[in-house]
Write a protein that binds this ligand. Structure first.
Ligand SMILES: [Zn+2]
Length: 109
């Protein structure tokens, strides 16, 4: 995330707080729920400007833990790491276990 003065603004502080309040101060990645090192992440990357934009709204923010933030954090070129896909190790993007032998994946009677 490129740093600019927007991230010192009252607008950003209020948006960040509202995002964390909505998400219960926990990472929103299915199956994660960690509160360690949480950050407020823009789902769609905001333009690197110092004033509020249409990207700076609750529908475009989410709480991520430090681990998941590092997984998708933009590179210097602005690309999302891992294509922006977020999941807990061993699960798919819905938080379901990838292991076909996991009890959740057994056929139902
Ligand atoms: Zn997480």
């Amino acid at each position: 995330m490129a740093r600019n003065s927007y991230y010192q603004s009252a607008h950003w502080r209020a948006l960040k707080r509202a995002t964390h309040e909505r998400d219960g101060w926990r990472c929103v990645v299915p199956g994660c729920g960690s509160s360690k090192g949480i950050v407020c992440d823009h789902i769609r990357t905001r333009p690197n400007v110092d004033h509020p934009t249409p990207f700076d709204v609750l529908t475009n923010t989410r709480t991520l833990c430090g681990t998941h933030d590092r997984k998708v954090k933009e590179t210097a070129s602005g690309q999302r790491r891992g294509g922006g896909a977020l999941f807990v190790q061993g699960t798919d993007e819905h938080g379901r276990p990838r292991d076909p032998a996991h009890p959740w994946n057994r056929p139902r009677p």
